[in-house]
Ligand binder design. Sequence first.
Ligand SMILES: [Zn+2]
Ligand SMILES: [Zn+2]
Ligand SMILES: [Zn+2]
Ligand SMILES: [Zn+2]
Length: 285
Amino acid sequence: MEAQRDFLVRMWTQARRRLQDGIRERSRPSPLLTISLSLRRGGWDHSQYTLMANRLPLPPGALRHVDPWHDLETGARNALASAVDAYNFLEDTDLRELAHNHAHHVAALVGGLFGCDIEYSDNTYWDVCPLSLMHYRWGMSAGFTSTRCCSLCGQDIDACEHLLDTRYPVTVRRVDEGTCNACGYHSCSHIGGETVMVYPRPILSEGQLHEVSLVSRPRDPLARFAKFEIDPQMLIQGLGQHPAGRDLRCYRCLHPCGGFTTLPNRAKQSRNPPGQALDTFSWTA
Ligand SMILES: [Zn+2]
Ligand SMILES: [Zn+2]
Ligand SMILES: [Zn+2]
Ligand SMILES: [Zn+2]
């Protein structure tokens, strides 16, 4: 397994170099292509164009210097987050396997080209790899009760005189730090003092949280854990010594699928789900 990891790392390192070389090649101006002969005779070269570009008036906050590698990484990491979200939504559909494989492909690209760091905070190493976390198939569901009040009169919406399919005139005002009383949004086109026709809305009040439970299918498919603690014993076994704060990197996202971990039985719940194999992390290169 270690040999497999080294092979994957070597392969991805080569791919990264080729990509970086390609970017450098394309962003290096060729005097033959970019500058006409007459301009060259006039003493124009790339540095003068860069100077001119930097003087262009740009909106505040706009990037002056383009960094293709950074943009590539941002795009790739966003794609991975979306792929994992998609799997969480498609888990019980026919697209399940397609979404699963897609997440693996994107994660291998992200981990291989840009790396996947293991978080170290509070003297603890945390698994924050999006692909690894995707393989823990459980999330959180909150149980709570609250009263649904009518946005127009404030009474119980099931008992008051307002009908949900009828519009009523409301004088717009801002309540609770700027929320519009007509539509319930912060930023809207309603102007304070004007009268608009709106449907009554239910407003949840006196909410009481009763419990948060671990479930295999959370009501909100995205209500998942953002990180898991990595067992120090596992780190010692895998690395030969405790890393003691040194940077570690995840390689699980480069490997083929190691399977899913389902909701553990509470009686034998371990801090380290079986998905954390010994060879899936290593010192950073
Ligand atoms: Zn990873
Ligand atoms: Zn009402
Ligand atoms: Zn409004
Ligand atoms: Zn998988």
